[in-house]
Design a protein around this ligand. Structure first.
Ligand code: ATP
Ligand code: MG
Length: 601
């Protein structure tokens, strides 16, 4: 066993920030020599980075093995056929890396491996007695992300631990789901990340119970809501409570109002308060029905207009819309599109056309191909101010269930702080995070599509029920860096650092080299991993590099040596103390023991 030397270590720290770095973890991981960009969203791992990655993987492996999961390893290069059977070859859309082999066969680079795991179990297992089983891998995934960002936080090539549970019944699935939930909690604790578990969209994948582990971060791409009573959900997964229907016959008849130039909600409210005032109170934005038109693009490329009706005081939330339509996508409705659909009058769209006799433009008699979906607050017996599909004209007292209907409900309006939690547990607050893990009761969707059945105790063939559970490994490295770095560089928690200790030789005296050598050997005998900074550069450069790289402990062997002392520095607290050389090993070990993160393990 021998310690590492900085003079030999393959690392170069950089004085300059990389031009594309938006977040601190990205900046420091590049500057400290952990990762290098190979292509957009594609990174090379250098020796320091690989060491941290290995430590993160070790924690994940330990926790997976602790719940009885067994490790396997699939190829990343996969055949099209299984993904065709589950329709994901198409549904994955542009995020899937597709390629052809020399014979012209379609292949793909795996974005996630549900299909392959399902087929593997089908291949080898045939009886309920074989179940339950949990299999996992730590493996490279490929997704052609629209916006790779922040270094390895969102890459196009990244490492994920994905596991899959197989059970004969729902109770078994629930047990394995809870096991994973607890394993993920332990992993997040051991990574030292501040996190919340939120309700997630089960989305187009089918299945039921689904939660995400979000690391709290203002730089995060996920928005989530919380209530004082303990409700927590990704904003995509919040469902607005349904409003009780009213009596649609209790309103005065609908009538048109001239509203010249009132193409926005604010100008509309002003205009109707002028020309069609209410007797009880003034019209408000929430009395208006805003109709937002998108071009819906299906995974197979089919395009059709989608109009969303929602209270005028709210906007459509892009993320909620994306999640609700997935795998379809919504694109802006262009001026050209308006030309192709002359019934839709830009700025004055409403569910009924008043250009002649009132005709329900949307809903039952809508022009072919147009879908009209409404917010859960737009229920039967609610009255609205809306566009009349005539320039400079709106309509008041337009009543849902009397004057118009919709093709269904779509719950994509923005959620605002103070909105009531759907379970009645109080007002919602919003915060941001980074999705670290996702656990998901898939149910029988994949087993059905791929024919995974086993014989039950009565000799009857039954379809297996599955869970799928993913945690981002490379993302975890970035997120720990993000959560712990400071203005001087990285500052790893002791259980994840690439090396435990750096010994800095701060001078040219050969006695310093000797002392450093002995100290390094002694520390390694105690099980610590040590680097000695033996380079022929100034102590200042060595100190700065030690800080950028983020070694948890530095021992400085310098001028004090002639008095028999060295300096022990703690990167996390910034504290340093002089200790007799003979006590340096003990002092370093004591710093390690006081680490609360390692205690959790
Ligand atoms: P996101 O919403 O961030 O795109 P996702 O919902 O697509 O993530 P899953 O398919 O649930 O993610 O993947 C499981 C885990 O893999 C995620 O929780 C995340 O930690 C990690 N992960 C997903 N996409 C990426 C990526 N592009 N780069 C790095 N890690 C990723
Ligand atoms: Mg997810």
């Amino acid at each position: 066993m021998s310690y590492a030397k900085m003079s030999k270590l393959f690392v170069r720290t950089l004085r300059q920030d990389p031009a594309d770095a938006e977040v601190p973890s990205h900046r420091w991981l590049v500057r400290a020599g952990y990762i290098r960009r190979a292509a957009p969203g594609v990174y090379t791992w250098l020796p320091l980075g690989l060491r941290v990655l290995a430590r993160v993987e070790a924690i994940i492996r330990e926790e997976m093995e602790a719940i009885g999961a067994q490790e396997v390893h699939f190829p990343a290069l996969l055949p099209r056929e299984p993904y065709e059977q589950t329709n994901r070859w198409t549904e994955y859309g542009p995020n899937l890396f597709r390629l052809k082999d020399r014979k012209g066969q379609d292949m793909l680079l795996g974005p996630t491996h549900e299909e392959m795991f399902t087929l593997l179990v089908k291949d080898l297992y045939s009886s309920y007695k074989d179940l339950p089983v949990i299999l996992y891998q730590i493996q490279t995934k490929y997704r052609d992300e629209a916006r790779p960002r922040a270094g390895v936080l969102r890459g196009r090539e990244f490492i994920m631990k994905d596991s899959y549970s197989f059970d004969i019944d729902d109770e078994g699935l629930e047990v394995n789901y809870v096991k994973h939930r607890q394993a993920y909690q332990r992993i997040m604790d051991r990574l030292g990340l501040d996190y919340v578990i939120v309700k997630a969209m089960s989305g187009a994948m089918g299945g039921s119970r689904s939660e995400e582990f979000l690391a709290l971060s203002d730089n995060g791409e996920d928005t989530f809501v919380r209530s004082p009573g303990g409700y927590a959900a990704n904003v995509e997964a919040v469902s607005v409570g349904a409003v009780a229907p009213g009596d649609p016959t209790s309103f005065p008849p609908a009538r048109t109002v001239s509203t010249p130039g009132a193409g926005t909600i604010a100008t509309l409210v002003e205009a109707v308060n002028q020309s069609a005032p209410r007797t009880d109170r003034a019209w408000e934005a929430s009395d208006t029905l805003k109709n937002v038109v998108f071009m819906r693009v299906a995974a197979d490329g089919k395009r059709s207009p989608l109009i969303i009706g929602l209270p005028g005081d709210r906007d459509v939330d892009e993320k909620r819309l994306e999640a609700a339509l997935s795998p379809d996508q919504a694109e802006p409705f262009t001026d050209e599109d308006f030309v192709s659909f002359p019934d839709l009058v830009k700025g004055y769209i409403g569910p009924v056309s008043f250009s002649g006799e009132p005709t329900a433009l949307l809903g039952a008699d809508r022009p072919a191909g147009v879908t009209y979906l409404t917010d859960p607050r737009v229920v039967t017996g609610t009255s609205w101010v809306s566009g009349a599909n005539v320039v400079d004209t709106h309509v008041v007292n337009l009543v849902m269930g009397r004057d118009f209907t919709s093709d269904g409900v779509i719950d994509v309006a923005e959620i605002r702080p103070g909105d009531p939690a759907p379970d009645g547990s109080g007002p919602l607050s919003l915060a941001r995070g980074v999705e670290m893990g996702h656990i998901f009761q898939l149910g029988r969707k994949y087993a059905e599509a791929l024919g995974l059945k086993v014989l039950d105790a009565q000799g009857k063939l039954v379809t297996v029920t599955m869970g799928s559970y993913g945690i981002g490994v490379t993302r975890a490295v970035a997120m720990v860096a993000e959560a712990t770095c400071d203005e001087k560089g990285l500052a790893w928690p002791r259980n994840l650092a690439p090396y435990d200790v750096i010994i800095v030789i701060a001078g040219k005296d050969p006695a310093m080299v000797d002392a450093a050598d002995r100290l390094a050997t002694d520390l390694e005998l105690e099980g610590l991993e040590v680097v000695v900074d033996d380079r022929a550069v100034s102590p200042g450069v060595k100190f700065a590099d030690a800080e950028i790289i983020g070694f948890p402990t530095s021992v400085i062997v310098g001028r004090g040596l002639k008095d028999g002392v060295v300096e022990v520095r703690d990167r996390l607290s910034g504290e340093s103390s002089s200790v007799p050389l003979a006590e340096a090993v003990g002092a370093v070990l004591r710093l390690g023991q006081s680490d609360p993160v390692e205690d959790l393990a």
